[in-house]
Design a protein around this ligand. Sequence first.
Ligand code: FES
Length: 152
Amino acid sequence: MDREAIVKGFEPQLHNILYILHELQDNNPRHFVAKEDIEACADYLKVPYSYVHGVATFYTMFSLTPRGRHIIRLCDSPPCHLMGSTTVLDYLRQKLGIDVGETTPDGAFTLELASCLGICGVAPAIMINDEMFGKLTPDRVDGILEERRKGV
Ligand code: FES
């Protein structure tokens, strides 16, 4: 769906700004909000570009730079720390060869940190795109990444 059609799928009211930005980002194969998306949103809602840009940069779920096809969000909250999330983070960094905030050269994975994902009972946890995974160990991470790569 092109960006004009996406934007026009919502009423042109300011309270729809987050929905519009989410939809634009979700429809971008690189999972980010492009400059043209911000322009289209600002034009449609009749607000300045800087207003929409400010909203898009305020919320961490939006990215203004291209990301991988699979966005790995590792929970960085205390319960997951206690259950070994730093070991999982070190393993992900080493396995993917990237640091937090970076994307693998093949464009497959982006590594990010997140606050509590709401599944503390199965800590440590990650979310990849819309899917949650808990009770992570390096072996389990290997399997999850392999499945994702096959789907790439
Ligand atoms: S603290 Fe990690 S999922 Fe809640």
